[in-house]
Design a protein around this ligand. Structure first.
Ligand SMILES: C[S@@+](CC[C@H](N)C(=O)[O-])C[C@H]1O[C@@H](n2cnc3c(N)ncnc32)[C@H](O)[C@@H]1O
Length: 231
């Protein structure tokens, strides 16, 4: 260990600052403390600031309404699930339904069925269809891989998750259905966009204001599903 280097820090590892935090987590904490969406999420009882991304996507594209049957992939900690439940009203006369899936455990959301499962697992579509008791009108994916900071790698991983979500859409989405998936700007891949255009009537990109400006995150919103195995 070189002189002056904190104990336990391996060569090349980021320096730690006040209270032993890495610079990246210090930046995250500072952002959390000043971010208006974090404060608003707390005030309105949403579990994540991500809730406002879905609220804006819905405002701009009209994807959720009472009675819709929704699948929410990569749902934890549950902000999108909360918004979906508010808008499709499971248990009401309209008969909406929300099924959320994540590999990570999440607290129950009243009105939603939560499945702790890997979306990439071969039986994911069966679990979803069983929980929906039929097909879905809307398939949401806010799935994100663990980011490495190496952009080409992160883009490939995000595209892979969009492809998995699209494969599930083929099996669970009803004709006319809506597909929303987190992507990275310039990263969705030409082939994937072409595939989406073949399967949906309209495909657009939405960058909600709650999506941090410095982030390449964007959302694909595809409407008018032409039908897959669920048709
Ligand atoms: C950005 S968070 C989702 C935030 C959520 N939409 C909200 O509003 O609170 C991304 C989630 O994707 C999940 N995820 C990533 N890969 C997954 C996979 N293969 N199967 C299931 N969930 C996955 C992660 O566990 C993580 O909880």
């Amino acid at each position: 260990m070189s002189r002056g280097q904190p104990r336990g820090r391996s060569p090349g590892a980021p320096a730690r600052t006040v209270k032993g935090r890495k610079p990246s987590s210090t930046r995250w904490l500072a952002r959390q403390l000043t971010d208006p969406y974090v404060a608003e999420a707390r005030r309105r009882g949403y579990r994540s600031r991500a809730a406002f991304k879905l609220i804006e996507i819905d405002h701009r594209c009209g994807v959720l309404s009472p009675g819709k049957r929704v699948v929410d992939l990569g749902a934890a900690p549950g902000g999108w699930t909360q918004v979906a439940v508010e808008r499709v009203r499971p248990g009401s006369a309209e008969g909406g339904r929300v099924v959320a899936m994540d590999v990570t455990a999440m607290e129950p959301v009243p009105g939603a069925e939560i499945l702790r499962h890997d979306v990439c697992a071969a039986d994911a579509h069966e679990l979803l269809k069983r929980a929906l008791d039929g097909s879905a009108d809307v398939l949401l994916s806010d799935m994100a891989p663990p980011f490495t900071g190496h952009h080409p790698t992160d883009h490939l991983r995000v595209v892979a998750l969009v492809e998995v979500a699209l494969g599930l859409a083929d099996k669970v989405l009803a004709p006319g259905g809506v597909f929303v998936a987190k992507a990275l700007e310039g990263g969705a891949g030409r082939e994937l966009i072409a595939e989406l255009k073949r399967r949906f009537g309209k495909v657009r990109n939405v960058k909600p204001r709650a999506s941090r400006k410095e982030s390449a995150e964007t959302y694909i919103v595809a409407t008018g599903f032409r039908g897959g195995a669920a048709a």
